[in-house]
Design a protein around this ligand. Sequence first.
Ligand code: BGC
Length: 785
Amino acid sequence: MNPLLLRSAVLASSLLFCSPVPAQTVSSTIAARAAGGRPSLNDPKSEKKIAALLEKMTLEEKVGQLVQYSAGQATGPGTGRTDYDSMIRKGEVGALFNITTARQANEYQRIAVEQSRLHIPLLFGLDVIHGFRTEFPIPLGLASSWDPRLVEQAARVAAREASASGIRWAFSPMVDIARDARWGRMAEGSGEDPYLGSAMASAYVRGYQGTRLDAADSIAACPKHFVGYGAAEGGRDYNSVELSEHTLRQFYLPPFQAAIQEGAPTLMSAFNSLNAVPASANPFTLNQILRKEWGFQGIVDSDWTSIVELIAHGIANDGATAAQKAFLAGVDMDMASSLYHDHLAELVRSRAVPEASVDEAVRRVLRVKIALGLFEHPFTDEAKEASAMLQPESLALARTAAERSLVLLKNAAPLGGAPILPLSTQTRTIALVGPLADDQNNMLGSWAAKGRAEDAVTLRTSLTEKLGSDRVRYAKGTEIIGGSDDQIAEAVRAAEQSDVVILALGEDAPGMTGEAASRAHLGLPGRQQQLLEKIVATGKPAVLLLFSGRPLTLPWAFENVPAVLAAWFPGVGAGPALVRTLFGDVNPSGKLVVSWPRAVGQEPLYYDALSTGRPAGNIDLTRPPKSGDDKYVSRYIDEPNTPQFPFGYGLSYSNYRYGQPRISKGQLSARTLNEQLRAGGRAPGAAVEVSAEITNTGTRAGEETVQLYVRLQGTSVALPVRALSGFQGVTLASGETKKVTFRVGPDAFAFWNDQNKFAVEPARATIWVSADSTSGSGVTLEITK
Ligand code: BGC
């Protein structure tokens, strides 16, 4: 159901558990994690304290706990309020965000704790998305490592830094499933797959929250955006979403549930409407699924002004109705709309909202504040703030994360010899061309929190350090958008005078990726394609590094450039990570977490699609149709169905041979599997073991991410042609063979059926152990009654 992966344990034992997680309450998870009887979400002592506080609170003070404003740099439409000091003094504010220094946080906190009647501390939040000061690769890049342990460590660093600046709440992880590269926010998440997305969601939560939430360096996670936000129609941000309940439960909800089960005490409701009901006023998803089914006891925070936006959605004609609808649907805290502040007390007085519900929402907020230890330790030590940032081990981890995020897409031999990468250190001169070769700001990616451009090391800096300035000919070639013929001509001259060309092309991170950055065209912006073609025309061996927050449709490049590496936006360690990879000090191991389209018209494009009733029989869908082919199949007449590169794909400087998978049993019974599922538990034991031998046939040691996929046929609903159900990293010396074993749990055979129940049905299962979502040969297994 929601497999929680502990990659470290997996690597140690070389076994992978696909374990279902029983419906358990958030509070019990947090309680289990909070050692020594310290405050937790369901701690009886906290409940007493909360009850005592509630007794004393006026209605206005209760509402105050449910109100949140941006007190720092704005990231969207705001309320225009600035009178925070006096509001805090009156107990009218529960949380603030967009504050980034301990001094600012302490100043506001002093007013709350020392000057308000009940001394309730404020909670400070921020978009800590892929680091705070030490910027890691964007989440799409981090996920491309397929290494939850690494993601957890990165989130731990972010928590240490953010908490040193007074921030105890990260609006992260973004766990939205993203199947459409037009959507700019694909950059902020872990890609298209619910299994991998769940593993990453849990990893972020573990990293942010550490072993105990009330530790000074722990911050509360806030999985977002609940729910369906990534399925915006046409990939256009904020657009409406239609998802059947089956699709919602099978694909979009699992990463949220994983984060909640890992102990995330808060969650953010989304901007979009879902099946015509806006997500920030959706009782089905918030009250029914999140609270009733999953037992969530924490805070539901609205997204930025998503409550006032209910008016624009058309489900409220005034602010009071918008506040009422959001609140009754289950949104506890109003981010930046100010509608709870303006209307909630009056709604209670007029009996449009029960006071008991307000009390319950206040309880949730206070529970989280208590669990974070804010009542005992509301202030942040300003003297320790600076030294927490950019620690040497944090920077080292950022570089490692950058290395592991890179995905080698193509590595051909242009002159018929060895593949162009890795480059030889003997290469005399290198032309370094492109607007992203020396752009510190862009290396940080979007949502860079407190990251500073000057912290990032660019490719140009690292390459020059490695080879000396006389061997690196740098020419920008063009701007990301704009540029001139002269710039292109200069770059062509640099290429002609060099032995190899490295091109650093792509998107502008702040402007073209992240929020409100949907694109209808997914090619290289500006004149970069023209630059690329002119450089390749020089005949010099070329390596293309793509910096982007999504896959880009570049069929010409994939045809004509010998080597292409997806670099995403790698963070502060960009330069060294890229240079070490280019010269072979690092063997690339990243794999795609999104299907890479050939053409925008293929979007939404994802590997775990259903088969249609018009599959192609034995027609080859990897090429456009030929005369004589059956016309009436599900395909494009002008483009193959297949992606440019499939989900799970990524090359390395080694080659890996996959042996035929072997399975420990040929038959399982649905009844037994369902019993195992119901018994629950985190490690219910394997239903079956599947193993395969993997051999490194290359000349270098490398790490390969081995993937396990399952297909079920003969079931009550149509299910994906393949669904990821396990993965593990295996390190192989040159020539080495290892047997990789997956212990596949009952959840791998369970799904949301035609009764909207999560269960196993009799079926034929095919299981692959493969290098990506399309390769390998499968073994079959019969699931009987
Ligand atoms: C985004 C959220 C973010 C919030 C606060 C919104 O515009 O959708 O992801 O957490 O702003 O900055």
